[in-house]
Design a binder for this molecule. Structure first.
Ligand code: NAD
Length: 480
């Protein structure tokens, strides 16, 4: 176990108590395959207790707080996270295998979510509605109640920030089920939040296996909203379980997000985004850009520039802070290697290289495939590894058809100097976010995020999330 972990990682937080579970699971450091920490393997009984503790918080101090008081606490949590950014980054680097500077960026984002939702908490307003003579009608935004948050391993801090932050701002009480592969920053965050003044039961954290703790949370009749981020397969199960209780769900699932490069694009500006959006967090990003569509007249030029960038990519342990770290697990490595094998009939434009790294780590080389047909599995299926495909196109219409030709619709980007084309494609591309001459826009917490199709539904981030984590009540008073 690394010295960076300053809390007991085997405990779960339920109400005011950090307590042990009946069984534990062992987390593995993906950089070298060594055991990192034993964590609680929460069961359905623990989820029952956590939901109960959350309901007590709503019936008690937390439920009585004004929006301003809640916002002040979130702001204080944000400040406390900022003071511990380096510690959080180190923990995340060990747990997720994320290069240290990328883990640090996630910790900063967590702080920023707390600041943003702290400031927003008392700025969500209802409205008055002009109505019949003798009536006054207005709306109230109210919390759902107990919200469940099922979080994956790829961006624990960012996903906790955007979902738990918005839910708390609206006055919900949260039960958080982090991923069994990486849950240490979820626990660290809960410690920090309590030290910063979050009342008992407003946030409960129950680590555990998905089919046990996760399934119990999704199906719990005491939960009034579920926020899920992860795979399509599990998202569908979560939606089914929540459906039995007629409870709303937000699903943030995968993607196969394209960047569309036209011949008039500023290639110098585009190049870093084309590559980085595919290899950040070793490609294990729901909004990774895994398809690069390039107009044929500049195809060769783009391929050569990207290939050169790929050849300079170095892969190694997270604490070495190279461009690419290991994947989360050897299981994920096998999945990605399976996709690479499916590309055996394709040309590889270039690959990155492995620095000195233990062969017990979950490393794969970043790989850029050349001239891939749009219906090839590598161009349609989410890989969740540092793999990108180049796809040539001739016309704008063809580009739109290819870009929209997968089951997913999370993010898309257009590289062109032609203003009319920018506007046309922004409307025609099937995605929850469209970027023009950039990719990701710096990931701002202010920007609503979510997908269409198999990428999911509902929106997190920005003000939009506050509407998702609340329910609207209409009050009609008859006064004559
Ligand atoms: P997953 O969907 O199985 O896990 C995500 C979360 O759901 C984890 O907390 C997990 O414990 C929980 N979970 C698992 N089974 C559950 C169940 N039956 N009921 C309720 N919760 C459950 O994802 P994974 O197995 O970690 O990764 C598999 C694939 O999912 C990846 O290869 C990738 O394609 C995709 N993925 C996408 C994202 C994303 O941000 N969109 C994140 C992680 C993984």
């Amino acid at each position: 176990m690394t010295n960076a972990i300053w809390f007991d990682p085997s405990l779960m937080l339920i109400g005011d108590t950090w307590r042990a579970a009946q069984n534990t699971l062992t987390l593995v450091n993906p950089s070298d395959g060594s055991p990192l920490a034993d964590i609680a393997a929460g069961q359905s009984g623990d989820i029952d207790d956590a939901v109960c503790a959350a309901q007590s918080a709503l019936d008690g101090e937390w439920g009585r707080m004004s929006a301003t008081e809640r916002g002040r606490i979130l702001t204080d949590i944000g400040r406390a996270v900022l003071e511990r950014v380096d510690e959080l980054a180190e923990i995340e680097a060990h747990d997720v295998g994320k290069p240290l500077s990328q883990a640090r960026a996630d910790a900063l984002a967590l702080a920023r979510y707390m600041e943003f939702y702290g400031g927003a908490a008392d700025k969500v307003m209802g409205e008055t509605i002009p109505y019949l003579d003798g009536y006054t009608v207005y709306t109230l935004r109210e919390p759902h109640g107990v919200t469940g948050h099922i979080v994956p391993w790829n961006y624990p801090m960012q996903i906790i920030g955007r979902s738990v932050g918005a839910a708390l701002a609206m006055g919900n009480a949260c039960v958080l089920k982090p991923a069994e592969e990486a849950c240490l920053t979820a626990l660290a965050f809960a410690h920090i939040a309590r030290e910063a003044g979050l009342p008992d039961g407003a946030l409960n954290v129950v680590p555990g296996r998905g089919p046990e703790a996760g399934a119990a949370l999704a199906a719990h009749p005491g939960v009034q909203h579920i926020s899920f981020t992860g795979s399509v397969r599990t998202g569908a199960l979560v939606q089914q379980a929540a459906g039995a209780n007629v409870v709303p769900v937000t699903l943030e699932l995968g993607g196969k997000s394209p960047q569309v490069v036209f011949e008039d694009a500023d290639l110098d500006a585009a190049l870093p985004f084309l590559v980085n959006a595919g290899i950040q967090n070793a490609g294990q990003t729901c909004s990774a850009s895994s398809r690069i569509l390039v107009q044929r007249s500049v195809y060769k030029d783009v391929r050569e520039r990207m290939a050169e960038a790929y050849r300079s990519l170095t892969v190694g342990p997270a604490m070495d802070d190279l461009r690419v770290g290991p994947l989360i697990s050897t299981r994920q490595k096998q999945i990605v290697e399976g996709f690479l094998a499916k590309g055996a009939d394709l040309n590889i434009a270039a690959q990155g290289k492995l620095q000195i790294a233990p062969d017990t780590g979950a490393y794969v080389l970043p790989t850029l495939f050349d001239d891939v047909l749009a219906d090839h599995s590598l161009a349609r299926d989410e890989i969740f590894g540092p793999v990108q495909v180049l796809i040539p196109f001739d016309t704008e219409e063809q580009a739109i058809n290819i870009a929209n030709g997968t089951d997913y619709g999370l993010v898309a980007s257009i590289w062109t100097a032609n203003g009319a084309r920018q506007m046309r494609l922004a409307k025609k591309l099937r995605a929850g976010q469209v970027f023009i001459n950039n990719y990701g826009a710096g990931g701002g917490v202010e920007l609503p995020f979510g997908g269409v199709g198999k990428s999911g539904h509902g929106r997190e981030k920005g003000f939009e999330a506050l509407y998702g984590f609340s329910t609207l009540k209409t009050v009609a008073a008859h006064h004559g």
